[in-house]
Each structure stands twice: as C-alpha cells, then as structure tokens.
Design a binder for this molecule. Structure first.
Ligand SMILES: Cc1ncc(COP(=O)(O)O)c(C=O)c1O
Length: 417
C-alpha cells in the first residue's frame, strides 16, 4: 500500500495514484510492480476464515473494505483484478469497479444484474453493434424490451415520452459509436429522478472518451461501462471490460453476477490492463493532439463531405454545451462522410498505408474502418439511418504516430479515390 496518508492521497491525481494504489510491495517480496498471481485458488489460514470469506462474498453481514475481505478463488477475486479495479475506480472518481474478460461481458453481465423480465430500457442510438445486438435480440428474448431514441440534444425530451412504470434504465453511449453524437447525461439523470420510485438507472458506456476526457458519474451516471480493450488497454493486445458504480447494492449485484456467469478476466489480462493504465494519460493526450491535426486536415479536404469530431464543435452547435459540461478534451475518434458511397469509402480504406484497416479503437496505432459494413453491419436498416451509419461513413481512431505521417497517408489515400 502507498505510504501516503488518506488526506495526502486525496490530493493526488489519478495518473500518480495509478502507479501505486491497491498494491503493497511488502506483501510480494518488495516487488515494485505487482507480480501476476497465476493461481485459481487461495489457501485459508483456518476453516473459520473460509466460512467468513464466503459469507462476505455472498454479500452477507457487514464486510470490511474489498481488499480486506479475503481471497477465495479467482472467479470470485484475485489480487491482479483488485489492483486494476481500484486504479480504474480512482480514474473514474467512483466508489468501485469490477473487471471483465471483455467489454461485452461487462455490459451483458451488468444488464443482467440490473434488469428482470418485464423491465424496459430506453437506448440512445447509435450504440456499438455488439451492444445493439445484445439489446435487440438477446435481452428481448428474455422479455426485456427496449425503446430507441437518436443520441443528441433532443434525446432527453424523446426519452421522456417513452418512460413507463416498467422503465428500468436509460442506456447511453456518449460520444456515440460511430458518429460521435453527444447526449446530455445530467438531463437524463434529472429525468430519471423525476419518476416515482427512483428505479431508473442511467447507464453510460464511456469507452469512446474515458476515463481521461470524460467521467460520466460526475454528471449523473449511476453505472459506467467500458470496453477496456480500447483506450484503457491501449495497445490492441488485450480484450477486457469494466463496470463501475457508486451504489453498494448495484456493486454487489454486479459482483454476484460476475461470479455466477464467470465473465471475469484472467489474472494476466488484469495485469496487462494495470500496466496499460500507467501510460493511459500520456497516450490519450498524444492521440488527441494528433486527432486535432487530422480533423483540421479532413475538414478542408474537397473529397470529405462532413467530419464528426468533438474538437470541431463550436459555440452555437447544438451539442457544444453538452461537450463543455461532459468533456475536458475532444479525444481521438473521428468519423467522416466521404463524398460518394461505399465504393469511394472502400477505395479510400484500401489505399491506406500507415493506418491499419481494422476495427477497434483507442490503441497506439491508427485504425480505419467502415462501420456500415463492419462494426455496425448487424444493425437493422432503419437503425442504421437513425444512427447516421451510412455507406459513406468512415471511422478513424487516431494513434500516437507522427501526425505528419498520418496526414501524408490520408492525403494519398483520398487522392486515389
Ligand atoms: C463503445 C463500445 N462498447 C463496447 C464494445 C465491446 O467491447 P469488447 O470488444 O471489449 O467486448 C465496443 C467494441 O468495439 C465498443 O466500441
């Protein structure tokens, strides 16, 4: 554990605490970095301890803080998972976090932990294609219905009309994947709180912006979700996910369902994610610097019809006020509409030499893909239109390369269209 007193730790920044929180070198031979705890099970000092640890894991009694609750079995808890979770929670400014084997495992487990057959969701679209399929097909088959509203400034007013006594959650991706539309999380929370019974949860998938440039719980989110495969992992070498909450009952429900469904990451995945958190801020900031240069280049290019990038929002744009409230920077995801349609978009993608033609985002290398044919290809045609996922849309995730090389690549690929 850190030598800082609680008061001293409270004034430290996440990038400082991300190097030490949750790990005591003296429990591991003085190792400065956490070892990988490759063990499936943990020895109890006595049978009474085993009984006590299981009771706490079942949410019984009054458990001590999580890292003092006793290790049992790596599907339930493991030091590598706990170190990572403590550090992500610090970044997000939230009470606690649970890590998962993928973003989809985090989202699916959390939705199953918080919804029952007969419940309804309101979903701001677009959302990532996997999330869309989960909600449209899997949850529907369990009797959990969803209503859809387009992300953006009008989303709260549209959502209000769809609220019923069965509404359990409002699900938001902000910025939305892939068109970077913003939804006002605070207004959604106000809407949720106006309903009798206080049962509506505001859930935000913060994969596209956070945790460096946006922390949705600060503006009202009850649950924050991540694909840690993206910025948190940051090197396209690991798949992971996170769910965070402040409320003890929600955290306990997520923990119980993760243990039941078995969607936790393995210790090495958690170790890799912990290692990546150390460089999260410097990566995200360099990616953002590059993205600002790329966005300015694309806006001025005659073959580009429209660029969707938070850094281009200006006073007077409908979503500018939301941006200022929810974000401390525009991040590094850019979507743009090329003049033409799928043939022009594909020609552009096929001529890229520095950018890799691959799905995913948030990594050190720049990536380009075609949402309508790739990540969002499973969306129903009407939902594609609702979410702006048309054949002329290209999504770029900007990496840490030299921005001059990125511009050279975009220039030559656009020239070939
Ligand atoms: C916004 C968003 N949420 C969730 C996911 C799913 O995450 P994973 O691929 O780690 O399961 C993705 C994947 O691309 C995503 O972009």
């Amino acid at each position: 554990m850190t030598k800082l007193t609680d008061a001293e730790a409270a004034r430290m920044h996440p990038e400082t605490l991300a190097l030490s929180a949750g790990f005591d070198p003296w429990l591991s031979e003085g190792a400065v970095k956490p070892p990988v705890f490759l063990t499936s099970t943990f020895a109890f000092k006595c049978a009474a301890d085993g009984k006590k640890f299981f009771a706490w894991a079942h949410g019984e009694g009054t458990p001590p803080p999580r890292h003092e609750q006793g290790l049992i079995y790596s599907r339930i808890n493991n030091p590598n998972l706990e170190i990572f979770e403590e550090r992500v929670a610090l970044w997000e400014g939230m009470k606690d976090a649970y890590s998962f084997s993928s973003g989809m495992a985090a989202i699916a487990t959390t939705l199953l932990a918080t919804h029952h057959p007969g419940d309804e969701m309101i979903v701001c679209v677009p959302v990532y294609g996997g999330t869309d399929a989960l909600i449209h097909h899997f949850l529907k088959s369990l009797g959990i219905a969803a209503h859809f509203v387009p992300a953006g400034v009008d989303a709260p007013a549209l959502a209000e009309k769809l609220i019923t006594s069965r509404t359990r959650s409002i699900f938001i991706e902000s910025p939305a994947n892939p068109n970077n539309r913003l939804t006002d999380i605070g207004r959604m929370k106000e809407l949720a709180m106006r309903q009798p019974g206080g049962r509506i949860l505001v859930m935000v998938d913060n994969t596209m912006a956070g945790p460096v440039f946006a922390q949705p719980a600060r503006v009202g989110a009850d649950i924050v979700l991540y694909s840690a495969t993206k910025f948190i992992g940051g090197h396209s070498d690991v798949v992971g996910g996170v769910a965070l909450a402040n409320d003890d009952a929600l955290l306990s429900a997520i923990a119980q369902h993760r243990a039941l469904l078995g969607g936790m990451p393995n210790p090495y995945t958690a170790w890799l994610l912990t290692r990546s958190l150390e460089t999260l801020k410097i990566r995200a900031e360099q990616q953002q610097r590059n993205a600002e240069v790329v966005a300015a280049f694309l806006v001025a290019h005659p073959k580009v019809r429209q660029v969707c990038y938070l850094g281009l929002l200006a006073p007077g744009d409908p979503e500018y006020a939301i941006y200022r409230k929810q974000h401390t920077g525009p991040g590094s995801l850019i979507s743009f509409y090329i003049r033409g349609g799928e043939p022009e978009a594909f020609a552009f993608l096929d001529h890229l030499k520095v950018f890799k033609l691959a799905v995913s985002l948030g990594s050190t290398e720049s990536l380009a893909q075609h949402p309508a044919a790739m990540t969002h290809s499973g969306l129903a045609p009407a939902d594609k239109i609702l979410g702006g996922v048309t054949d002329d849309l290209v999504r770029l995730s900007i990496g840490i390369e030299n921005s001059e090389d990125l511009i050279w690549d975009l220039q030559q690929a656009l020239a070939a269209v």
